[in-house]
Ligand binder design. Structure first.
Ligand code: AMP
Ligand code: GLY
Length: 443
């Protein structure tokens, strides 16, 4: 009864596929390039555009309903209505339909929803479609601000004052460019107040009514050590054995959870039943958690933190989501996790494509680490870089120090023109975060 169509080709989908297989499922994968990790665990796979609704619709597995349900990893197919199409074909889906995936598809929709329903964690925001208007507004605006294209840019179109630009003039020029060059596809820009604090991720499973939280994760978007360089899809992430973060307590967790509950309830009131995984990206500020972004899927790398320590069966969870009966307790091991991505040299600006990576899988396993493949090409038994993140190692341990050590040890067995962020989850970094948050809360 458990043939699962797995859609997506990244590290996140490798982690989802592995957890489903461990839960007893047979995996039938659709991926735009051959992810060797997914290929190995699948009964069968097809290489093709996994974002294209018509491509997937025409697969035999879908046309003749040869799978029991589908699990959709990335946002693109969800935003385009992949879940709607599959359900019309009689295949239930873990992943929201188009009218709910819009929570990620439009940052304006998300902010409007929170405002309309008076949901906590709200951020001041202003939307513009006219380059002149945004310029006038910003000339008069006195607080530090952030510029975001309204559409989806994979986190890479966002400019933060003090990080990506320093003067108001630079900010104005970029905001106008977003409108004029339709960055994000819509010719619309959002200006937000800049939040100060520490970022964190809370992922949940939901059937549209019930929510089950996962361990908190902190991920690192900047390409280089010390949080420098361009924004990326995420260079690595960590979670702690108590499922909180070093600078966060249970009260903060509960507040973030309440915000996500309110969002799911507001969606339901609007007839947007949200089924699947929802990802809340927050800033923990002196006043508590505030929403930076809501995504309609697992995070990547954050999926690897959560799924590597999932004790419950992901196949059972999937059926509970589909059937609207997500009542049972979902359990995670009390282990810390550290994910470190290995990316091509030049990643973030001009990635070196087509370089060989040598991976000693046996040695990595001996160190007790997990290996998840992401965007690589496999040809004649060799692995090559593409322009995206190549693969990730995950260390797990009874505390963060041990988990970090295991991830670092594993990295030695990966060779090639690639790099990683060695500072992620090191104790000096964690200490700085604790102190920063303490100071912020005191003022
Ligand atoms: P997003 O694509 O919305 O996730 O934004 C990418 C990154 O920009 C986030 O991970 C934050 O580091 C930063 N960011 C986004 N919005 C804000 C904000 N309102 N205040 C401060 N930083 C922000
Ligand atoms: N790690 C960021 C994301 O998945 O959106």
């Amino acid at each position: 009864m458990n043939k699962v169509l797995l859609i997506g080709a990244g590290g996140r989908e490798h982690a989802i596929g592995k957890a489903l297989k461990e839960g007893g499922a047979k995996i039938y994968a659709v991926m735009k390039h051959k992810n060797p990790g997914i290929a190995r665990l699948s009964e069968d796979y097809i290489i093709g555009d996994h974002n294209s609704v018509s491509f997937v619709k025409n697969l035999e597995w879908v046309k003749f309903r040869k799978v029991d349900f589908a699990f959709i990893g990335p946002e693109d197919p969800l935003i385009r209505g992949m879940a709607d199409m599959l359900e019309e074909q009689g295949i239930p889906v873990v992943g929201p339909k188009k009218n709910a995936a819009i929570i990620e598809g439009s940052k304006e929709f998300m902010r409007d929803l929170m405002k309309k329903h008076g949901i906590e964690g709200f951020v001041d925001y202003y939307v513009f479609t006219d380059a002149k208007r945004v310029e006038e507004f910003l000339r008069a605006y006195e607080k530090p601000f952030v510029i975001k294209p309204v559409g989806v840019t994979g986190g890479k179109g966002v400019w933060v004052m003090g990080d990506h630009f320093h003067t108001k003039e630079e900010g104005i020029a970029y905001a106008k460019k977003v409108i004029e060059e339709k960055i994000g596809g819509e010719g619309k820009v959002i200006i937000e107040e800049k939040l100060e604090g520490e970022e964190f991720t809370l992922q949940i499973f939901t059937d549209g009514k019930n929510l089950k939280g996962m361990p908190l994760v902190q991920d690192f978007k900047r390409a280089y050590e010390g949080d420098k360089g361009p924004n990326t899809g995420g260079m690595g992430s960590y979670s702690m054995e108590n499922h909180l973060l070093p600078f966060m307590d249970e009260k903060d967790y509960a507040k973030a959870m309440k915000i996500l509950e309110d969002i799911i309830a507001a969606m339901r009131r609007e007839g947007r039943i949200y089924k699947g995984v929802l990802y809340g990206q927050f800033m923990l500020t002196a006043e508590g958690p505030k929403v930076i972004e809501i995504n309609c899927r697992f995070g990547d790398p954050e999926a690897m933190n959560a799924l590597s320590i999932l004790k419950s069966n992901l196949v059972d969870i999937s059926w509970s989501i589909i059937e609207g009966k997500l009542k049972e307790k979902i359990e995670f091991e009390n282990l810390a996790t550290v994910v470190k991505y290995v990316v091509p040299e030049g990643y973030g600006t001009k990635p070196l494509k087509g370089e060989v990576i040598k991976i000693r899988e046996d040695k990595i396993r001996e160190k007790g680490a997990l290996l998840y493949y992401a965007s690589v090409d496999e040809k004649e038994g060799k692995i090559y870089t593409t322009t995206s993140r190549s693969l990730a190692v995950v260390g797990m341990g009874e505390n963060l120090e041990k988990a970090e050590r295991i991830a670092e040890d594993a990295l030695q067995f990966i060779e090639g023109r690639v790099f990683s962020r060695h500072d992620i989850a090191k104790s000096s970094m964690i200490q700085r975060k604790i102190e920063k948050m303490k100071k912020l809360r005191e003022t």
